[in-house]
Ligand binder design. Structure first.
Ligand code: MG
Ligand code: ZN
Length: 455
């Protein structure tokens, strides 16, 4: 797919952004460059040394607004609100025949930006009809000499991280014991194996997240038969870390696999789930008794991942930088569970990772930083007098006001659903102008590829 050129309409839109930011004198956390200079530099295009792609899973405009209202107030601004260039993108999936499927899941949407190709829901970086593997942005970056990393609060084998370094007929094929829906992907059938096996086979330099249970499964065929995937990873040179202390201590002379929970990393915040007829007004609890001490947070993992990737390239005396994806996964998972406090706490944790990325880019302006979502989700802010037929909850925000949130995409007791809305995409750095206007998720692939000059 040819990359979009800097069209006249985009130039006009970009100039408008520059003009709009020029009249506002804003102090910025982005260091040497104010928003005006950031926008001008971003519009110029150019080549990026590094790319940091931050994905809030299920983080539609509603989810962003909820986290903003609750934590910094309606008039406040999150870190993710401070990018100089912002656009919207469409997220739909396709059916096997190529016709649109208006509501995507995380597998199809991730495949969109990872490969530039739309696919069917559930598919991991393979085509919709013919089920053929498509090269991913991470594979191209590796080939181009960049260091690569992936950080998530989900299992490392979950759809959003999986799309970078695996190709599977179905997202459920996470470990060697989970291959029921991927008969042709098994090693016995000459395929690449489960998502866990493929991720370590790819020798991604830094893999941090949950999903230890998948890596504890035994490989059933081939060279590593009888070993767990973790043992396979060690044979491939990985150092394995399991908590904050060992993560902090690890040096980057070998690839790093961090497995910080058996499944998803437990949420940072807790509270009452939404209920039929609403909840009493509640304050969220900013801790979780089920989150073990020593579980690293997403911002610290992001900081460490950047350090490790940078150190690797320095050791190699490479002029090339790195590609890093960071996922706040449980915004989506708590939205499915209609748990507003869990959801907002994960959005706030993700926003702190955005702050880490922007602080790095402030010192390294040749870094493209993109923050976006893979799809919209259920939660909606409704008036206090609204009487939603399904699940709702009233929160008392940090600024002391009541806020009502409604989850009504499915009957109570069922998982709430993704929505088909367009979502925000915001960026700074080389090629960031490409996010302006209304684009499609697959165009993000082109943006990343052009920024790193990958072919
Ligand atoms: Mg995800
Ligand atoms: Zn979901």
């Amino acid at each position: 797919m040819p990359g979009p050129r800097l069209s006249r309409s985009r130039l006009v839109a970009a100039s408008a952004v520059v003009a709009a930011t020029a009249v506002v004198a804003v102090t910025t956390t982005a260091g040497a460059f104010g928003p005006n200079e950031q926008a001008q530099r971003a519009v110029k295009g150019g080549k990026a040394k590094n790319v940091i792609l931050l994905i809030g899973d299920g983080m539609g405009d509603s989810e962003i607004t909820l986290a903003r209202d609750y934590t910094v107030g309606a008039a406040g601004r999150l870190n993710m609100d401070k990018f100089p260039l912002t656009g919207a993108y469409t997220t739909y999936a396709v059916h096997a025949d190529g016709t649109p499927d208006y509501v995507t899941d995380s597998a199809a949407s991730g495949t969109g930006w990872a490969t530039g190709v739309k696919t069917v829901n559930g598919r991991i970086s393979k085509t919709p009809g013919s089920n053929k593997a498509v090269p991913t942005i991470l594979e191209l970056a590796q080939k181009g000499g960049y260091a690569t990393g992936s950080v998530t609060t989900a299992e490392l084998t979950d759809a959003t991280p999986a799309v970078l370094a695996a190709h599977a007929a179905d997202r459920s094929c996470q470990g060697p014991a989970d291959m029921a829906k991927c008969p042709t992907d098994t090693i016995a059938k000459g395929g690449p194996g489960s998502i866990a096996e493929q991720s370590v086979d790819h020798k991604v330099d830094v893999l941090l997240g949950g999903g230890k249970q998948r890596f504890d499964q035994k490989v059933t065929d081939g060279r590593y038969k009888g070993l767990t995937v973790t043992e396979q990873a060690r044979k491939l040179g990985y150092q394995v870390v399991t908590d904050d202390r060992s993560l902090k201590a690890v040096k980057g002379d070998k690839p790093v696999l961090g497995l910080f929970a058996p499944g998803n990393v437990p949420t940072e915040w807790t509270g009452k789930a939404a209920a039929v007829g609403g909840t009493d007004p509640q304050r969220c609890v900013t801790s979780n008794p089920n989150r073990p001490a020593g579980t690293p947070n997403l911002a610290d993992q992001t900081t460490k991942a950047i350090q490790l990737l940078e150190a690797k390239q320095k050791r190699k005396h490479s002029q090339k930088g790195f590609f890093l994806q960071v996922e706040g996964a449980s915004i989506d998972k708590q939205d499915h569970a209609a748990d507003p406090c869990g959801q907002i706490g994960e959005t706030a944790a993700f926003d702190r990772a955005v702050k880490v990325a922007r602080a790095y880019a402030a010192k390294h302006p040749d870094t493209l930083v993109v923050t976006t979502a893979d799809h919209g989700h259920s939660s909606q802010i409704v008036p206090l007098e609204a009487q939603p037929p399904g699940l709702s909850s009233t929160l008392i925000t940090d600024e002391g006001q009541q806020l009502k949130v409604n989850y009504s995409t499915n009957p109570p007791g069922q998982s709430q659903e993704h929505t088909g809305t367009q979502v925000r995409i915001a960026a700074q750095g080389p090629q960031a102008y490409r996010v302006l206007g209304v684009t499609d998720q697959t165009e993000l692939f082109t943006t990343l590829r052009e920024a790193l000059r990958l072919r």
